[in-house]
Design a binder for this molecule. Structure first.
Ligand SMILES: [Zn+2]
Length: 566
């Protein structure tokens, strides 16, 4: 037997949660051909001595829809062992979209997900209108990793209603058009249907995205279409019920009943506030109760705080203040000079201490709480707060942020947590049997968040440093659990005959690297990127994609199709 690839001398952690064992892994074509002692030499060999060999990680919550048009690799996810992603979450997709209405679809994505409209204009070659045509276009695009997609409600609504999608309830005729396109999408391979009902999803002109105009009846009707087809997952960015028991009961009751009635798996993010008061338990109870009644529902856990990543090269909380606004448009060296000019600095500091703050939407920077903003001096916690470092330095917190920024030539990052403030609560959510850790939002919030690293954070922080999981449990959570939930049944385990999506990493060092700021979007817009450490290799469909964080040149990714695709 001639193996195209042999991963030799590693320790296999196979994704099932079973104990690790020493074995070689041999690949022929795009499949795992043998796990055991391999004496033949492979055409290509990876020496995994001192490393573990696991299935590739699967990220169920991304917004790679725009990015895949200009970045086939799926950075930064591919640097963290991610070999498959699900995109099209929260109602946002680039299909269906009529040629004349593309700007309406883009309007939905631009602010809600912080993806530059200029980048989308420059980087997307729109050669589709319907969702099935989009999937064909996706097949043809070069891909480093595997991509599956939902069809998004905001796009569907715009398809049926044009400009009215942002203003009106759907008529019966509108509903028929949406239902028909949803059915066609599922039959072509869409993984399901997604929507958003949260205040956080607004357009750049401060209006709700299209899906937020829909009544609950409209949403339920579309989920019932999937129920009748017997296929499709429903993902929702939910209503802002907060801690109001009446609103919780009403909204969660509707979700529970819809899951039980339709049989469709329903999924959404489970998180808590900065100061949790049990709101996550209400959601965990909902998952348990739905399961007990025969419905399928799973929560999507994050792995740490939802951190807005702040830096002078991207965004800081002061950006919206009138005194700061103009300065922040200047080149960085001019900003630096201004920040070192005492008269100017006094004015800026006064505003930063006591300014006219506007409300941050979604992952936009917001009014600083200096006891919460952390000085990011490494890729994993613990961190000191700005307030702590300011006290050590004997300056005000705003002065401290400015000093650290200027001293580092604006390289200094700060983290501003906006949710998931208590890490014990985060762990409780991650460990819940109906939750999966998978909330990177990768491809979205490109200059605001950097959570493509939550998988390596699970391995480095929760598994190695906190020992909250065994390595076997952690790997299972990043592989078999999501592959089962999203129906990727030929992935998510290391087994002979399954697709060869594989990670090779050093469990003693694996973790995120520091984030960085890149100007590599089409048109030159800024985004945050992040690599990892300890990740020696990723293999996708039998081909090595990255070796020591460098792309090999291979583009072996595939489109992951839902169960109705022929
Ligand atoms: Zn999302």
């Amino acid at each position: 037997m001639t193996y195209e690839l042999v991963i030799r001398n590693g320790t296999v952690v196979d994704g099932s949660g079973l104990a690790r064992y020493r074995a070689d892994v041999g690949v022929i074509g795009d499949k795992i051909a043998k796990i055991g002692r391999i004496t033949e030499k492979g055409h290509e060999e990876i020496d995994a001595e001192g490393h573990v060999v696991t299935p590739g990680f699967i990220d169920g919550h991304t917004h790679m829809d725009a990015q895949i048009n200009w970045d086939p690799l799926g950075t930064s996810s591919c640097w963290h062992g991610i070999t498959s992603v699900v995109m099209g979450n929260c109602g946002f997709t680039l299909a269906p979209a009529r040629a004349t209405e593309r700007e309406l679809v883009v309007r939905n994505l631009e602010r809600a997900e912080d993806i530059s409209a200029e980048a989308m204009a420059a980087g997307i070659d729109w050669n589709w209108e319907t969702y099935p045509e989009y999937l064909q276009a996706l097949e043809k695009m070069p891909k480093g990793i595997n991509y599956g997609g939902y069809v998004g409600h905001s796009a569907l609504r715009t398809w049926a209603m044009g400009e009215r999608a942002f203003e009106e309830a759907a008529s019966e005729a509108d509903m028929r058009i949406m239902a028909d396109e949803l059915r066609a999408s599922l039959q072509a391979g869409a993984l399901g249907f997604t929507t958003s009902r949260t205040f956080n999803h607004q357009t750049s002109d401060d209006r709700p995205v299209a899906s937020r105009i829909a009544t609950w009846d409209e949403v339920a009707t579309l989920v019932r279409v999937m129920g009748r087809e017997g296929a499709g997952i429903f993902e929702i960015a939910g209503e802002d019920v907060g801690r109001d028991p009446e609103k919780q009961k009403d909204y969660y009751g509707r979700l529970e009943n819809l899951a039980v009635e339709t049989g469709c798996p329903i999924t959404f993010g489970v998180a808590s506030g900065r100061f949790p008061k049990g709101e996550h338990r209400v959601m965990l109870d909902l998952l348990d109760r739905t399961a007990a009644r025969g419905g399928r529902m799973f929560g999507q856990a994050h792995a740490r705080e939802f951190n807005v990543v702040l830096s002078f090269k991207t965004q800081i909380p002061f950006d919206g203040l009138p005194e700061w606004k103009e300065l922040r448009t200047w080149p960085l060296d001019e900003q630096k000079r201004a920040l070192q000019d005492p008269a100017m600095l006094d004015k800026l500091l006064a505003a930063a201490e006591d300014g006219a703050w506007t409300k941050g939407v979604g992952a936009e920077a917001r009014k600083p709480d200096y006891d919460w903003i952390r000085v990011m001096d490494g890729p994993m916690p613990p961190y000191k707060t700005v307030a702590q470092v300011a006290t050590e330095r004997g300056v005000s917190p705003a002065q401290c942020m400015i000093d650290l920024a200027v001293e580092s030539d604006f390289e200094q990052f700060f983290l501003q947590p906006i949710a998931n403030g208590d890490q014990d609560v985060v762990l409780e959510i991650m460990k819940h049997p109906h939750c999966i850790t998978t909330f990177s939002d990768s491809g979205a919030h490109v200059s605001q968040l950097m959570d493509s690293s939550i998988q390596t954070h699970v391995l480095g922080y929760w598994t190695r440093e906190r020992q909250a999981f065994t390595l076997e449990e952690a790997v299972r959570g990043l592989t078999l659990l999501p592959s089962t939930a999203w129906g990727f049944h030929d992935r998510g385990l290391l087994r002979e005959g399954l697709k060869a999506d594989i990670c090779v990493f050093d469990p003693d060092t694996v973790g995120p690297a520091m984030p960085a700021v890149a100007q590599d979007l089409p048109g030159g817009a800024t985004r945050l990127t992040q690599k990892s450490v300890g990740m020696k290799a990723t293999v996708v469909n039998g081909s090595t994609l990255t070796l020591d964080q460098e792309h090999t040149g291979n583009l072996p990714g595939e489109v992951l199709l839902g169960p109705l695709a022929g």
